[in-house]
Design a protein around this ligand. Structure first.
Ligand code: NAD
Length: 499
């Protein structure tokens, strides 16, 4: 298969092509047009034209919501196919892909459509003392999205659907490693009647095409998901025309097991927290903080459970763990594993990769280190692989201090049999999401986003659509007075109108 860019309703090809490679086998899955800066300019032109003339933003919210719902229903019919494609393009095990990589985006589309139906575009304000009028919400115009490869369909939905639900036009820059699911999303939106140019998809290298989009003077907002290092560049480029920005960046989730936790639950939950998609999820729980009194028992149960996980072919429904995205990422993760040994951590568990299936592709065995301290590289840097740092603590204050001792603040978790106690800890954690007795639950009802260098702005949750609208205040003087409040300050009659 060959995939192309979508600009102004036309599929656009290039002579130069990317290769999309199956991470499990190294086999060629597809090729992809390789966009350049000029394609960003063309896509922004098309989006601006669509914003001005396509009539999309004049449609009612329920018309736009109906279209989104119909697309969600079409994707749901193709869920198995989409999960299989996700397994092929980025190695997500197909069972997991059905839930997280495909099920979540469909559910989130439906939720965005529901939010759209009740969206409050105008609110009256009556304030007897000062002003009356209204607060309007308006679309921003042309907005840009930039996404990584790890959950491409999910992240494409988060960047595009709330934006088009609120009448904006979008230019989405996808990652060259994983174009397939997003192309199917775009095709389905077009088939459902989305006007040409409302959604445009470009490809290209991040430091040219991505940065050009982030700095483009006619783009009013950029919503970026990716690493913190790239987020800084996007933020700087976006300052060019003072764009609004949402940054969803990296994480180093602290997962705290209190001494009263249900250990069976917390053991499974801690593996779930760090191993989903071979650790290639930004909000993974990669630092496991275990109370000294249960530490050794907990670790031996964790290792026993990890031993039973099946690593292998991501297209097989029986597979628990797949490969990582590419050889570069594999080597980076293996480098972290070596650094942990050099820094004195204890290798408590490493899965085995036996057999011919592992001779090709990008495999990293699930790996658990104990005796980790927060200053080691594996505990402070985002690895984005199946590597867990177990850190021992003695009391809750120490656990909170260790958890917060990170420049990241995307996610955290607390396991406890006492919800009140867990909530008290949750309140003290510097993270955008804190799960209690769970992990990776992105229900759509709650906002998702970071503290500190994990970024800012929120996706999902009740206010998700606000991220793609401006507020306008309309202030009306209905006092009937000839001289309005405060005018005396200019015309010389000192009054006490301002109290
Ligand atoms: P990355 O930052 O290298 O790339 C992300 C996207 O940005 C890609 O499309 C890339 O082409 C583009 N890009 C690269 N350089 C750019 C530049 N100078 N200007 C504009 N765009 C540029 O990230 P990655 O390694 O592909 O993805 C993994 C990272 O993403 C991890 O750090 C992970 O934590 C993060 N992530 C965060 C979330 C979240 O919601 N917080 C979700 C998924 C992934």
């Amino acid at each position: 298969m060959h995939y192309q860019m979508l600009i102004g309703g036309q599929w656009v090809d290039t002579d130069e092509r990317y290769e999309v490679v199956n991470p499990a086998t190294g086999a060629l899955v597809a090729t992809l047009a390789r966009g350049e800066v000029k394609h960003v300019d063309a896509a922004v032109d098309a989006a601006a034209r669509a914003y001005a003339t396509s009539g999309w933003r004049e449609r009612t919210m329920s018309e736009r919501a109906d279209l989104i719902d119909s697309v969600a229903a079409k994707l749901a019919e193709r869920a198995e196919e989409l999960a299989l494609l996700a397994a092929q393009e980025n190695g997500t095990p197909v069972r997991l892909a059905q839930g997280l990589a495909v099920g979540y985006p469909i559910a989130h589309m439906q939720r965005f459509a529901t939010l759209a139906r009740s969206y409050q575009w105008e609110r009256s304000v009556e304030d007897e003392d000062s002003a009356s009028g209204s607060i309007l919400r308006e679309p921003l115009g042309v907005v840009g999205g930039i996404v990584p490869w790890n959950f491409p369909l999910l992240l494409a939905v988060w960047k595009t659907i709330p934006a088009i639900a609120t009448g904006n036009s979008v230019v989405l820059k996808i990652d060259e490693k994983t174009p397939i699911g997003t192309t199917i999303l775009a095709e389905t939106l077009m088939e459902a009647g989305l006007p040409d140019g409302v959604l445009n998809i470009v490809t290209g290298d991040g430091d040219s095409v991505g940065e050009h989009l982030a700095g483009h003077p006619r783009v009013r907002k950029i919503s970026f998901t990716g690493s913190t290092a790239t987020g800084r560049k996007v933020m700087s480029a976006a300052s060019n025309n003072v764009k609004q920005i949402t940054l969803e960046l990296g994480g180093k989730g602290a997962n705290i097991v209190l001494d009263d936790a249900d250990l069976d639950l917390a053991v499974d939950g801690s593996l779930w927290a760090f191993l989903v998609h071979a650790g290639q999820a930004c909000e993974s729980g990669t630092r496991l903080l275990v109370h000294d009194s249960i530490h050794d028992n907990f670790v031996s149960r964790l290792v026993a459970r990890a031993r039973r996980l099946r690593i292998g072919d991501p297209t097989d429904l029986g597979t628990d763990l797949g490969p990582v995205i590419n050889p570069r990422q594999r080597d980076r993760i293996l480098g972290y594993i070596e650094s942990a040994k050099e820094e004195g951590a204890t290798l408590a568990f490493q899965g085995t990769l036996d057999g011919p299936a592992f001779e090709r592709g990008n495999w990293v065995p699930p790996t658990i280190f104990t005796d980790v301290t927060n200053d080691m590289r594996i505990a402070s840097e985002e690895i984005f692989g199946p590597v867990l740092s177990v850190i021992r603590y003695n009391d809750v204050d120490e656990a909170v201090e260790l958890a917060n001792d990170s420049e990241y603040g995307l996610s955290a978790g607390v396991w406890s049999g006492n919800e009140k106690r867990a909530r008290e800890v949750a309140h003290r954690l510097e993270a955008g999401t804190v799960w209690i007795n769970d992990w990776h639950n992105l229900s759509g009802a709650l906002p998702f986003g970071g503290y500190k260098q994990s970024g800012f702005g929120r996706e999902l949750g009740p206010d998700a659509l606000d991220e793609f609208t401006n507020q306008k205040a309309i202030s009306i003087d209905r006092s009937g007075r000839e001289a309005r409040t405060g005018w005396g300050l200019l015309f010389g009659e000192l009054t006490s109108e301002f109290g």
